[in-house]
Design a protein around this ligand. Sequence first.
Ligand code: DAH
Length: 368
Amino acid sequence: MPEDDKKNLSPEEQVTAAREAFEQEFERFSRFRGGVDKTGATLKEAETLQRELNDLRARQTGKKSALASVKKLIGRVAPEARASFGQRVQQLESEISGLIDEVEVALREFTLAAKVERERIDVTLPGRRPRRGHLHPITLLRQQIEDVFVALGYAVEDDREIETEFYNFDALNIAESHPVRHPADTFYTTNGIAVKPQTSTVQIHAMQRRGVPLKVIAPGRVFRRDTPDATHNPMFFQVEGLCVDRAITMAHLKGTLEEFVRRLFGPKTRTRFRPSYFPFTEPSAEVDYSCFKCGGAGCNICKGSGWIELGGSGMVHPNVLATVSVDAEEFTGFAFGLGIDRMCALMYGLDDIRLLFENDVRFLEQFD
Ligand code: DAH
């Protein structure tokens, strides 16, 4: 009510006006007096109403409320009328706060009950099972390979993926002019530091760490600047093997790899060694094994040749031994490096090696 009008009203009339103003504002809450649950309100609505009711209480009973103004009038009415006027004002005050309290309790009870209902757990419902993950096909094959070599007395070495020039090339007897040192073949970071292009680097770390004699394999990720296609990826996996002891000969190398392929592909599997060249072995050989599908007769897996490439191998070069201060007169050794990805692709019948790293779950899920 505008101030000017108020001035013309008697104190009695002002009390009536204050009551009317309250009743008008309170009207939309009055339906909640008997409780909220019959009204079909949602929890969100009830929470909004609670906030609005708080505002209403501040407006109707706060310092600037009509109620506060009429309270101030008590002292100003004629002394003989003061007692009854005071009573009227008090009654109005208790009515207002009584009604607001009543609705507040109803709203509070409703929201509490609604929250309890929302959070109720039906313990009889079946639980949600976590989906079981599984290992990547490369990991499965790597573990199989590790099992074979561990059974043959080998330790499994792991090492860093980024290497200095010394470990990547110098210590492996790789000439300054060798193309693998070129940035067109190997991924450099800065100052001669590069991600390793072959697991052979681990040979050096292993001998430095363990000394000789030793028998280790080192499965790991390697990186080369290859354009991806059905049989190439710029990142792939190898397993390095190294055995150094007194009187180790090429016969041990051949026996070891033959035993390996027999355990992995079956007792009838044969191997074939072809002369080759690697800077860190002398003599060096490439190794093939008879096709696990056709047994050597020729099929689509071995492209009709009957043989599948296993990897490179050879007798550890004396220069490599010298780099790690191993006396090449007393100790000899053999080494080999096998690619896992292509073997994996052949074993699982994949026609494209890139599938292995596209991380499409529909593909990966098949190797449980
Ligand atoms: N590091 C060679 C490559 O990536 C493979 C290899 C050949 C490893 C002969 C060896 C080895 O240990 O003796 O092509």
